[in-house]
Design a protein around this ligand. Sequence first.
Ligand SMILES: Cc1cc2nc3c(=O)[nH]c(=O)nc-3n(C[C@H](O)[C@H](O)[C@H](O)COP(=O)(O)OP(=O)(O)OC[C@H]3O[C@@H](n4cnc5c(N)ncnc54)[C@H](O)[C@@H]3O)c2cc1C
Length: 494
Amino acid sequence: MPEQTHAHFDVVIVGAGLSGIGAAYYLKTRCPDRSFAILESRDAIGGTWDLFRYPGIRSDSDMHTLGYAFKPWTAAKAIADGPSIREYVRETACENDLERHIQFGIRVLRAEWSSEDAAWTLHATKDGVPVTFTCNFLSLCSGYYNYAQGYSPEFAGAADFAGAIVHPQHWPEALDYSGKRVVVIGSGATAVTLVPEMAKAAAHVTMLQRSPTYVVSRPAQDPIANWLRAKLPAKTAYRLTRWKNVGFGMFFYRLARRKPARVKDRIIGMVREHLGPDYDVATHFTPRYNPWDQRLCLVPDADLFDAIRAGGASVVTDTIDRFVPEGIRLASGETLPADIIVTATGLDMQLAGGMTFAVDGVAIDLAQTLQYKGMMLSNVPNLALTFGYTNASWTLKADLTAQYVCRLLNVMKKRGLRQATPRLRPGEVEAEPFLSFSSGYVQRALAHLPKQGVRKPWRLNQNYALDVMALRLGSIDDSMEFSNPDPERRRKAA
Ligand SMILES: Cc1cc2nc3c(=O)[nH]c(=O)nc-3n(C[C@H](O)[C@H](O)[C@H](O)COP(=O)(O)OP(=O)(O)OC[C@H]3O[C@@H](n4cnc5c(N)ncnc54)[C@H](O)[C@@H]3O)c2cc1C
């Protein structure tokens, strides 16, 4: 089938989630003369916050840092539910007249850069029909996981199980779990969200984990934020709370890396305070790794611990032998009876929305590139990729990335140059894995991800304050090659 050719834009943003809408806001306000489109494969704004519909879906970081720098989060709860976050993203798009820039139902599959045209050609599909777009700059806000499929290992005997098996990424709207026995497999953010929420209606919910995770309780409402909002204009209060939370997060992260034993003791001590002296915290809430080797799990107002104390939920730490008709048989020989099994086993991590790339006819293997300033790729021109922090809220980095893209576009325009390429010479810097997390979803994906270098600008900062300095104030020419003069300008100059 011939490809239908669509319009040309100065900038194309892929994805209409939290990052894509933020990127569009900055483009509109900081590069108002640039045309842009947002291509979104789904039929809705919101990305993650529209896709995930499991009971209790919520943020696990505070909305003062998960929200945009330019739009105060004004609800009383700092740990927000999914629908409120979706509404916040939609409201941002609506208030800034961004919806008319979104083209829904467009899945971008491949991007090909031509230095001659100083443009990307994007090959996409709309309702299965091939379509193409061209743009001078490509801003990927396509998240970090496979939308089509969550990660679920093969469980022996799965076909024998008599009840329903559900993955949180594909939650059936009509699933009725009231009065049912539920087993949630997993110990990550999704599992600790689901367990207390489902326990409100289920007969019993068991969280079945192979090994424990650090679980930290935090108040859903931030009293300081709410006090500041009552006393100060919304923007000032929001800014102060944002920096307070950034500062606290950085302090806690540094402490955890420098004094892991002390932080470990404190976290486990707090769990003990919640669950009482008779609970087996050593088995169920004492991880084998150090704090921040993996993301910590946050529970608002100790809801998970309350559900356990009330008897509606319990934790089993064991290995699955196989699924059997009546539930799950464990390596210990015990069988966990279940009517519903939820496989909260994680995401299938994927960068760039599964797209493939070529630069001047040469295929790009993402795994052979080095990331540049946490947002571009070595020797790949005019392309930014939004990827948030692992130790702080995603949007802190997404905001900085979007602002940097605008800065770059404005410098290119001023210099009359159409191409900006993070230039890496062979052997210039030693490469390391993109992320140092030991989590399963990271380890499974590492071989396909770009690498990072051991020094800047190829090093990936997991530090907002350092990034603010580097991206807002640092040199834009730092290993960045500006080239490819605008022919019109060259002609005039001749
Ligand atoms: C359940 C859950 C809870 C989370 N909670 C937090 C939290 O509390 N704090 C935090 O910091 N982070 C959290 N995260 C990470 C979270 O994904 C980010 O915070 C944030 O929502 C990412 O926004 P995004 O716009 O970059 O990506 P996404 O929300 O993933 O949106 C990407 C968009 O791009 C579209 N897209 C992808 N590929 C293509 C393609 N090829 N063509 C066209 N469109 C495409 C998708 O359809 C989607 O709409 C959570 C993630 C999950 C899954």
